[in-house]
Write a protein that binds this ligand. Structure first.
Ligand code: NAX
Length: 335
């Protein structure tokens, strides 16, 4: 490393894919300090090595001052050795006609292997963001095979859903998106997720003071957020990449810098049973940094019966996926 004092080692799996391509050039946005540089470890399957080498060439050709070194590998030991932050994107996509159980099984095997490798080779203070779907359950499998790494260091991404909700709301009511806060996602990254508009703020005041149309918020907004991924696939013939990469950057910024004075944000975190979820599963909640600088689920949110019911439905889906993983022998004992 030339003349700089710190390095942050970040591993990206599935780096040769669509999201990887949109994400990698933006990772410099994580550095708030010019003295820090990133060692980038790019992992993908053997068959993708030529494509991944090309991505590395392009990154070199960007002449980024924030890159210390790029490692291209299909070997998990090399990928995770000393890694301080991992973004697990690599996953098997759902094929036409594939049962959800089969999808869970194929991905569960990937995340089981990666959890064990993280446990063996990564820095024990690592933070792991799981993006590959089904991301909540993949994170659950992964942490269960990384028993020496604290479970609360595993996250799944719900920031894209949050960003979609911000955007739909701003567009529908012609709002300044920069003035919206605390619009968070509860539950699974799936159509059962719940967008919590009741606690959202606009210009520091409850958004419900500005928007009277509860029908739109309780129904249309929910559907729009839940269906946006499919809408992009239908239009583009591929799933969201640029917006997913952007949401990864937003999530990582929250994780690397606890001192930005955020309000609430959406993150799939290790549940201790908050608000009735199954303890040990990975659940998206409104999160914040508490007074001690710890990332926590926002406490004492009062939920009316209708909201509670919707959230419970999504929590139940996460529990069912966890049970399926146990049936498939992807989990031996919960943490
Ligand atoms: P691509 O198919 O373009 O790329 C996936 C990459 O993963 C490929 O290069 C593939 O070779 C690699 N891969 C597969 N198995 C692997 C393994 N065992 N180890 C390492 N690499 C492996 O998909 P892309 O569009 O990049 O999407 C990746 C994942 O993100 C998918 O599972 C997708 O469903 C998920 N998403 C999650 C989102 C979220 O909000 N949590 C939103 C975007 C996206 O849909």
């Amino acid at each position: 490393m030339s003349g700089s004092s710190r390095v942050l080692t970040i591993t990206i799996t599935g780096a040769a894919g669509q999201i990887g391509y949109a994400l990698l050039p933006r990772l410099g946005e994580l550095l708030f300090d010019v003295d820090t540089k990133i060692v980038l470890k790019l992992h993908d399957l053997d068959v993708c090595m030529p494509a991944l080498k090309a991505v590395a060439m392009e990154l070199e050709d960007c002449a980024f001052s924030w890159i210390d070194k790029i490692v291209v590998t299909s070997n998990l030991k090399e990928a995770f050795d000393g890694c301080q932050m991992a973004v697990l994107i690599g996953a098997k996509p759902r094929q036409k006609g594939m049962e959800r159980a089969e999808l869970l099984k194929q991905n569960g095997l990937i995340f089981k292997e990666q959890g064990a490798a993280l446990n063996q080779y990564a820095d024990k203070n690592i933070q792991v963001l799981v993006v590959g779907n089904p991301c909540n359950t993949n994170a659950y499998v992964c942490l269960n095979h990384a028993r020496d790494i604290p479970s609360h260091r595993f996250y799944s991404m719900s920031m894209l859903d949050q960003n979609r909700a911000y955007s739909f709301l701003a567009k529908q009511y012609d709002l300044d998106i920069a003035m919206i806060e605390n619009l968070c996602i509860w539950g699974n990254h799936s159509p059962t997720m719940y967008t919590d508009y009741e606690r959202a703020l606009y210009n520091g005041k409850p958004i419900l003071e500005y928007i009277q149309d509860r029908q739109w918020l309780a129904n249309d907004l929910q559907e729009k957020v839940a269906n946006r991924g499919s809408e992009v696939i239908a239009a583009r013939g591929a799933s969201s990449s640029a917006s997913a990469a952007n949401a990864i950057i937003d999530s990582l910024i929250v994780l690397v810098d606890s001192e930005q004075g955020y309000g609430s944000f959406s993150m799939g975190v290790y549940s201790n049973g908050e608000y009735g979820a199954q303890p040990g599963t990975i659940v998206s909640y409104p999160c914040h940094y508490d007074s001690k600088g710890r990332l926590r689920v926002v406490p004492n949110i009062s939920l009316d019966a209708a909201t509670q019911k919707r959230i419970a439905h999504s929590f139940a889906e996460i529990s069912n996926e966890a049970a399926l993983c146990r049936d498939l022998d992807l989990i031996i004992n919960d943490h």
